[in-house]
Design a protein around this ligand. Structure first.
Ligand SMILES: CC(C)(COP(=O)(O)OP(=O)(O)OC[C@H]1O[C@@H](n2cnc3c(N)ncnc32)[C@H](O)[C@@H]1OP(=O)(O)O)[C@@H](O)C(=O)NCCC(=O)NCCS
Length: 174
């Protein structure tokens, strides 16, 4: 992965981000979600990967809470890499940089709903103590994953509490 810079997104990245998602997710329209999340600042962490002048990838984390716990948590989603630049380590680098910034900010628990074969590479493991906002079908239980940041964060139990933009059952389906 050469000449890829990861930095916090800026308002003038929106046009490139709006091109990236339909290319990375041709069968899903994530743009309404992404636009709403970008408006949630400062409750989000939004990073872009730039390869030269091109937008190579984007990742979003939403800061959130867990019922019955004072743990500081974040949800990773979505993550997209330009099709022609996939499998070059850009997605992993965006995850790594995001986790490092969240840890610096005192976040101790990060959650993701996604392919365990991919997120497992970054250290995520199936989560059973904290439930997603909507129940998942049994066959997708292993897609709900978490990662602890910092030195041995204590296990937590409860339900993830997210801003309204995330409270749409369709976002949590298979
Ligand atoms: C999934 C995605 C973000 C990965 O980003 P990336 O920059 O291509 O990934 P990396 O280069 O960091 O890692 C690539 C490795 O992950 C694996 N990988 C990539 N996508 C995968 C997937 N959907 N499931 C399982 N493994 C996957 C590859 O096998 C690859 O390993 P290899 O090259 O040794 O075979 C990117 O491919 C993408 O945007 N895909 C379309 C959108 C999408 O599905 N995003 C959802 C993530 S839940």
């Amino acid at each position: 992965m050469h000449n890829v810079e990861i930095r916090q997104s800026r308002p003038d990245d929106l046009a490139s981000i709006e091109k990236l998602y339909p290319a990375a997710f041709p069968e899903e329209d994530l743009l309404p979600l992404v636009r709403q999340l970008l408006a949630e600042e400062p409750g989000i962490l939004s990073l872009v990967a730039e390869a030269g002048d091109a937008m190579a990838g984007h990742i979003l984390f939403t800061l959130c809470a867990i019922t019955g716990s004072d743990a500081r948590a974040a949800l990773l989603a979505p993550l997209g890499v330009a099709p022609e630049l996939q499998r070059k380590g850009i997605g992993s680098a965006l995850i790594r940089e995001g986790l490092s910034r969240l840890e610096r900010d005192g976040v101790t628990h990060v959650y993701v709903l996604g392919d365990p074969a991919y997120y497992g590479r970054s250290g995520f493991r199936t989560e059973t103590g904290v439930a997603p906002p909507y129940p998942l079908p049994e066959e997708h239980r292993d897609a709900w994953q978490s990662l602890g940041l910092g030195s041995a964060p204590p296990p937590v139990h409860g339900k993830l509490q997210l801003p309204d933009v995330w409270m749409q059952p369709a976002l949590w389906g298979p």
